[in-house]
Design a protein around this ligand. Sequence first.
Ligand SMILES: C[S@@+](CC[C@H](N)C(=O)[O-])C[C@H]1O[C@@H](n2cnc3c(N)ncnc32)[C@H](O)[C@@H]1O
Length: 415
Amino acid sequence: MDDAKIDVKQILNFEGFREARIVECEIIKLGANGDGLAVHRLHDLPEGSQERTNAIGSSRIEVLVVPFVVPGDKVKVKLYKAQTYYQLCDLVEIVEASPDRDDSLVNCQYFAKCSGCQFQMMPYDKQLLHKQKVIENAYKYFSQLPTDLVPAVDPCVASPLKYNYRTKLTPHFDVPRKKALTELPPIGFGMKGRSVVVDIEECSIGTPVINQGMKEQREIVKDKWASYKRGVTILLRENTSRAANDDVASESKACVTDPKQIITEFVNNYRFEFPAGSFFQNNNSILPLITDYVRNNLRLSAESTDGPKYLVDAYCGSGLFSITCSTGVESVIGVEISADSVRYAEINAKLNNVQNTKFIVGEAEKIFANSLTPANETSVILDPPRKGCDSVFLDQLITYLPKKIVYISCNVHSQ
Ligand SMILES: C[S@@+](CC[C@H](N)C(=O)[O-])C[C@H]1O[C@@H](n2cnc3c(N)ncnc32)[C@H](O)[C@@H]1O
């Protein structure tokens, strides 16, 4: 796949949909979710008309939302769905490429059809700048902070692996309701903007072992597709084995498909076990950087003199941050809604010989139900699910007023 040179023009998300309005436009910027934004001038408003008096400009315009583009691209797009304030579009053709576009970087034959990736045509340093901008804008426009309190945002830290990093993938296929399949269905991931599955044989962001698992699972479905009565989501999760926690040379990997099977991941020689179907971060290559980053921000490094005495790890899962941040503090208390994950957090603490952690099952706010360590000596790690923390928890957190909060977010807009 590394050698693949993809002609983006050949795979644009265009064929197969009914005719709709096609227009040309220039992409002005990327929105927070990665789609491009363009303004399309429809027609001039009549001189002296009420419409023109009320309008900001002299023309009626529409905002177009276009996937798989970079600012500066001049493109032909097809409008397929009108929303209240904008039109969703398919990208039909790059009429004139932006200097920030480099299609030779695309290394997946499904790019611009599959909804899994957005930026393969953008140099990685530009992708990181875009992510930084998303965070800056979130603070600027949504935090309601006075301008002088809006913080500067540091440059994004790069992932060591740009491709072949995902240790978990869940390809799926659909079976029409109350109908039998008449042929092998497409097995893969959702098409951008449509509820249709794109048939995917290899995923350029999955690890090699996950891709081998995908190949094997596709063969199994091929053998028995006619027997499926409903759609199936296939779990592909990478399992790592080592003779000892720090014996990297002995490492071997396998793909697990049973959600209940217990698997292992290593992070900086810490060992984590958890059921294959439960939550664990999906890019193992960046976990040493993230856990070090969290530790440094909590001021837990050996040189720090102003670190906390105690830690709270809200939404602790199977203990990733509780355990990797446990040295240098007196105690860590983790809270997590999944009893199964808490069980594995306890197992993981033992596996890593960590003795100052305690885990409780419950909604994150349960942490405030018991007498908690003194707020001025306690820092909090927050790693909630995509929807963010709820107000019950946040209100109590604000009242508690810990020494420091380190927030790990997979969606800056949910806070
Ligand atoms: C993004 S994961 C983070 C897990 C862990 N920090 C890690 O990195 O492996 C979010 C976790 O929050 C848990 N969760 C979801 N809602 C919760 C709630 N209301 N209270 C506590 N935990 C919750 C989920 O079960 C999941 O394990």
